[in-house]
Ligand binder design. Sequence first.
Ligand code: C2E
Ligand code: MG
Ligand code: MG
Ligand code: MG
Length: 285
Amino acid sequence: AAKSLGQGHLQYYNAHLQVRPSRLLVQDRLLREAVANDQGLVLHFQPLWNLATNRLEGFEALVRWQHPQRGLLPPAEFIGFAEARGLISLVDRWVMRAACKQLRAWRNAGLPPVVVAVNMSATEFNQRTLVEEVQLVLADTGIDPQWLEIELTETTLMKQSEHVLQTLQALRQLGVRLSIDDFGTGYSSLAYLKRYPLDKIKIDRSFVKDTPQDADDVSLIQAIIQMGRSLNLRTVAEGVETKAQWDMLQAMHCDLIQGYYLARPMAAEEALRWQQHRCQMSAPQ
Ligand code: C2E
Ligand code: MG
Ligand code: MG
Ligand code: MG
């Protein structure tokens, strides 16, 4: 049985080897073209709500790939691939520029200023030219640095390199905001909360998911919010799906909320209408 299983595995492996390289190359070329031609990648925008002011704080820009054969792909379907193929910097840079362009378009349309948050991979964060690129994008789009936020992961901050510290300081110096995404899921070290000039902690959805029923998760979230407050870091709860979660987080004085309960990520036009509607309702200008 072991032998036939081994053979089966070998066959599968061979078939895989024969098929995979060309498919990979095709995907690789398609993704490069999408970035180069500014065609194929799209951003969806999910609101971040400020609980203290009861106003819209801004949006997280989430990338999707309008794939010629496979339809609209979520990041889970291609970010890993882009990382493996060395294309993630191209994607992250496209996203940062596109997000700032969208912000510019909304401002030109007369909307009140909002923050836009972009996700950044460790690879892109470690590029020598990152700070210059950020400055260039802001200058080209005429966006003040305070409206751009960069979401980093614990993986990025884990490497205690001088370069990471210097880059964070340079970005902070510019006025760009910095947040830790998916907080609590990686190799969390509380030391970096103190060492690095960060603005926000985004509490991962996995801790929010089972609240308010799960007492341990409730305690964990409470502890993160309190820690954030004492370190002067704002806290964002991700993946808020119910009114009960919203009310709980508000009672805990969590600073910001993101999740389906408020809104799903939306295409740019829908996000524009959503802003117009919401701003009229709760923040008359
Ligand atoms: P993330 O940065 O933690 O983004 C939040 C994800 O949670 C988004 O998934 C969003 O649609 C989803 N989400 C938000 N609210 C809820 C909710 O209430 N319930 C549930 N079940 N899900 C919710 P999405 O858009 O599929 O993105 C997945 C991940 O892909 C992101 O997680 C981020 O790590 C990565 N990603 C997205 N855009 C980029 C990018 O431009 N560059 C890089 N490097 N990574 C990106
Ligand atoms: Mg994020
Ligand atoms: Mg997140
Ligand atoms: Mg998350």
